[in-house]
Design a protein around this ligand. Structure first.
Ligand code: HEC
Length: 118
């Protein structure tokens, strides 16, 4: 009788450990980075980030050319080069790494393509 109770008790305890591992395992896979990949920034938030971080020098249509900034409507850079330049900065242009998340930087790089004129 007593042994039976003890067996059940230890069985419940190991079940508890298994449950803890499963719960902890799930918690671990759900990092903020993966959440932002699952939920991309909206067009509105990308435009807002451009206005706050970029329009000071480039203007709302890319043509302002303040602080010697080049006219973005004439830019010939490909998408990857633009993402790298926005991430790491160049000359007078401030880096956005650690300021904007990667998905927003990519979104802005795509957004400024719409400024491009043939
Ligand atoms: C302080 C002014 C300033 C701000 C703010 C700024 N830029 Fe720039 N940007 C520049 C300057 C200056 C250059 C030229 C860098 C060089 O070649 O030395 C440049 C270059 C670029 C280029 C390369 C264009 C080309 O074809 O050579 C892109 C694209 C660009 N900026 C996008 C952005 C975006 C997107 C943001 C906002 C995240 C931003 N910039 C914020 C000043 C700025």
């Amino acid at each position: 009788m007593r042994t039976g109770f003890q067996n059940m008790h230890s069985a419940l305890r190991s079940l508890g450990i298994v449950v803890a591992i499963v719960v902890f395992g799930c918690g671990e896979t759900k990092t903020p980075t993966q959440e932002s990949i699952a939920k991309p920034p909206s067009k509105a938030s990308i435009k807002r980030a451009y206005t706050m971080k970029c329009s000071l020098c480039h203007g709302s249509n890319g043509k302002l050319m303040a602080s010697n900034a080049p006219d973005l409507s004439q830019s010939k850079l490909d998408l990857d080069s633009r993402i790298a330049l926005i991430t790491y900065g160049k000359g007078m242009m401030p880096p956005q790494r650690g300021v904007l998340d990667a998905a927003t930087i990519r979104g802005i790089a795509e957004y400024i393509e719409t400024f491009r004129e043939p």
